[in-house]
Ligand binder design. Structure first.
Ligand SMILES: Cc1cc2nc3c(=O)[nH]c(=O)nc-3n(C[C@H](O)[C@H](O)[C@H](O)COP(=O)(O)OP(=O)(O)OC[C@H]3O[C@@H](n4cnc5c(N)ncnc54)[C@H](O)[C@@H]3O)c2cc1C
Length: 264
């Protein structure tokens, strides 16, 4: 069971950052994950008074505050219009609406869980994290960093550029609201494909594949799928995941090119 002695609703990010430099403090999002752990802390640092629960759209980008919930992503008209509904698709299988009304974008992305649907979807877009201390960093670079207990930075917001990419997302799940066996997101920008695969079961990574017009989508999808490593856990074997990846990546590519979806 998670335990904490004090609760502080901070008035500024500076106050939150200062509090969080103590090992006995922890910044919280929706606490959906933390409450299941056996962590004991002296102080909970709550960011909910800082107005970070908004998704703002400008001409160039979306700015998603770290306290925005998964449900806000799922139902945001602008995000889903711009990126072909991937935010609805990557969140709708996560437990249930009540849970998605609590779990936050900040908690999801800062944790960099291997199974993260959100990380997989955002990696295929031109996405950046804004850290209070570390500044603005490309998401792929942030995701590649090891999750360390002594990393006491605060995720302020996620920035997604509206660069014209079209995207598509899918997952394989053994049952409807379980963690994914595999998560795939593909986006297309000109001749470039950005392919992100998560729940391998390692955390999501992204590769860029350039389409010179000579290769079939099946070949490009296989090339993308083979560039990742896959592992085995209770949900599936590495070989099963590799085969799923090649098929799902091809289907997502087909969806984005408007070619008829082939079998297999
Ligand atoms: C039963 C269950 C099933 C789930 N299934 C899925 C699934 O299928 N797919 C999926 O993608 N996700 C799944 N999740 C994860 C969920 O989507 C969230 O990622 C998770 O709950 C964390 O979000 P939170 O707001 O609850 O974070 P919290 O529990 O509050 O925090 C989690 C961690 O993030 C840190 N943190 C929070 N906010 C910040 C911040 N702004 N800056 C720095 N650090 C911060 C905290 O210190 C803590 O270490 C599941 C979770 C549960 C409990």
């Amino acid at each position: 069971m998670f335990r904490a002695g004090d609760y502080v609703k901070v008035d500024s990010l500076a106050e939150a950052y200062e509090l969080c430099q103590k090992r006995s403090s922890v910044v919280v999002g929706g606490m959906v994950w933390l409450k299941m752990t056996s962590v004991t802390k002296r102080t909970i640092v709550d960011l909910s008074g800082l107005g970070l629960d908004k998704i703002e759209e400008t001409g160039e980008e979306f700015r998603i505050g770290s306290m925005s919930t998964l449900r806000q992503l799922e139902t945001h008209e602008g995000l889903n219009r711009c990126f072909n509904g991937i935010f609805k698709e990557c969140t709708r299988h996560i437990v249930g609406v009540q849970m998605r009304n609590c779990a936050t974008v900040g908690g999801s992305i800062f944790s960099r869980f291997g199974f993260s649907d959100l990380l997989t979807a955002m990696m295929a877009l031109d996405t950046y994290v804004e850290l209070y201390h570390g500044g603005i960093v490309p998401l792929a670079e942030f995701a590649a960093r090891p999750v360390r207990r002594d990393d006491r930075d605060i995720l302020v917001r996620i920035i997604i550029k509206k660069d014209g990419r079209k995207a598509s997302y899918t997952t394989q799940r053994n049952s409807r609201t379980d963690f994914p066996v595999l998560a795939c997101c593909v986006s297309r920008w000109g001749n470039d494909w950005y392919v992100s695969v998560g729940a391998r079961p390692a955390r999501a990574q992204v590769v860029k594949i350039t389409d010179d017009g000579y290769d079939s989508l099946a070949k490009l999808a296989k090339e993308a799928a083979d560039s990742f490593t896959y592992g085995t856990n209770t949900r599936g074997s590495s070989e099963y995941r590799r085969q799923l990846a090649a098929v799902y990546i091809r289907r997502l590519m087909e969806r984005l090119t408007g070619r008829s979806v082939s079998r297999g």
